[in-house]
Structures are given as structure tokens and as C-alpha cells.
Design a protein around this ligand. Structure first.
Ligand code: FES
Length: 104
């Protein structure tokens, strides 16, 4: 496992999210009640950045058509989105938020 640091663990407050680019991959990083989650930033319905939407609990709403995804599982939970978004494992340690670069 090749861990890649994608953010400082202090960077996001609970309820916040941001886009993180790792190589050619755009990811969305979420802080939900102090727990971090990472998904692909690209909505599976069409072309939109999930991190530009809104985060309500564990559910991110796409800014384009309102599709919603559970950031824990990637499951699409509201139409028009029906295809899950990819999720990534997260490790928080040494003041950083890390993902497994081999997953990219
Ligand atoms: S682009 Fe995200 S719901 Fe349509």
C-alpha cells in the first residue's frame, strides 16, 4: 500500500468538503462529524463536481441535477443519479488524511 497524503487533518471542519486532485484523478474529500470520507469528485449522472454541491450528513447532493450519494458507500440515493460513485479507503494519521495510491 502506497499512502498518498491528500489533506491536513485540520483542513476541513465537520460538514465541509473539498476537491482534491491526485495525479489525473479528481477526488472529493468530506468531513462528516469528524470522520473523513473520499469519493470520486465526478458525478456518475453527467459531468459535475460533487464537491461543488452540498453536504447534508452523509449525503452529498450534486449541484447540477440534484442527484445524491451516500459518501460512506458511494450508493446513489436519489434520482436522477442511479450509478454508485467510487469510494476510496481513508487513513487519518500523523496530522494528515491519506488514501491508498494503488487504488487510483
Ligand atoms: S450531473 Fe449530477 S445529478 Fe446530474
Amino acid at each position: 500500500m502506497a499512502l498518498v497524503k491528500i489533506a491536513s487533518s485540520e483542513e476541513l471542519q465537520p460538514g465541509q468538503m473539498k476537491r482534491v486532485q491526485v495525479g489525473d484523478t479528481d477526488l472529493a474529500l468530506y468531513n462528516v462529524d469528524g470522520e473523513y470520507y473520499v469519493t470520486s469528485d465526478l458525478c456518475t449522472h453527467a459531468t459535475a463536481s460533487l464537491s461543488e454541491g452540498t453536504l447534508d450528513g452523509h449525503v452529498v447532493q450534486c449541484p447540477k441535477h440534484g442527484g445524491r450519494f451516500d459518501v460512506r458507500t458511494g450508493a446513489a440515493v436519489h434520482l436522477p443519479a442511479f450509478t454508485p460513485v467510487r469510494t476510496y479507503g481513508v487513513v487519518v494519521r500523523d496530522g494528515g488524511v491519506w488514501i491508498d495510491g494503488d487504488e487510483l
